[in-house]
Design a protein. Structure first.
Length: 263
């Protein structure tokens, strides 16, 4: 009898372990699939994720090899590239209406800021997200045409207690007709707190919008000096043209001012 009980206990432990492994594998695959299918619907750009690892017992996890592509018309291969990101969540909240994420930490992202002084890739992606989530002036439905549901109206909500980006770099690329070039500068640390904490939560689209805004603002400020430097070195006008070269650089400066004023 004792041997039978021991065997049953061992079998039960094995079944539980296998179940946890199976659920873990399913969840990891579901997260990866969700990022690569749902993400592009919001951003209107390709998104690839190399791997996901998430422990249901501890609530800790990591993402590797996240690459966010660029909108059509931009020349650089990607807008955002993340080697490693870690997260910690409350496992019990996975079964509730609001998933509680204690922290998200993105280490050393590569941000490519591409601009022609009229438009830039980060603002375009942000605009796409706002439109998809119903926050960017979505066009009303035509008569006799049902309104399209937005991502903000359905699905479970999120709470993110802390979102941190550290050690990043900004690759500034100027593609103006007046000249072009590239320069790399450090990305200031970005820290967001208590997102969706004092409410029913925020949607995935709203979280992405908040993060993109938090990235875009310091990138624009940090990139302004870099774009000026690029323009001064890349505008192929002879020095003896005098005011013509100065006017070209002034045009670059005014273009940057316009981008900085955009919301």
């Amino acid at each position: 009898m004792k041997k039978l009980i021991v065997r049953l206990l061992i079998a039960l432990v094995v079944v539980v372990i296998l179940a946890l492994v199976a659920v873990g594998l399913f969840l990891d695959g579901a997260v990866k699939k969700g990022v690569e299918t749902f993400g592009p619907r919001l951003t209107k750009v390709d998104i690839k994720l190399q791997s996901v690892s998430l422990s249901l017992l501890s609530g800790s996890g990591s993402l590797k090899g996240l690459v966010v592509g660029n909108p059509e018309g931009f020349k650089t291969p990607s807008a955002i590239s993340v080697g490693t990101a870690t997260l910690a969540l409350k496992p019990g909240s996975l079964l509730s209406d609001k998933i509680i994420i204690k922290s998200i930490n993105i280490q050393g992202p590569e941000i490519t800021y591409e601009t022609d002084l009229r438009h830039d890739n980060l603002s375009k992606i942000l605009s796409n997200v706002q439109e998809a989530s119903g926050g960017g002036g979505q066009q009303p439905a035509k008569p006799n045409e049902p309104a399209q549901p937005t991502e903000a109206k359905a699905g479970r909500k999120l709470e993110v207690d802390e979102f941190v980006i550290t050690g990043g770099q900004i690759h500034v690329t100027l593609t103006s007709a007046l000249g072009g070039g590239a320069e790399t500068i450090p990305l200031p640390e970005i820290r967001l707190q208590d997102l969706g904490k004092d409410s029913a939560g925020i949607t995935y689209g709203e979280l992405l919008e908040l993060v993109l805004k938090a990235i875009r603002e310091p990138v624009l400020k940090a990139a302004s000096g870099a774009v000026n430097n690029i323009a001064k070195g890349a505008i192929n006008l002879p020095m003896d043209t005098g005011g013509l070269r100065t006017n070209a650089v002034d045009t670059v400066t005014r273009g940057l001012g316009g981008l900085l004023k955009q919301k």
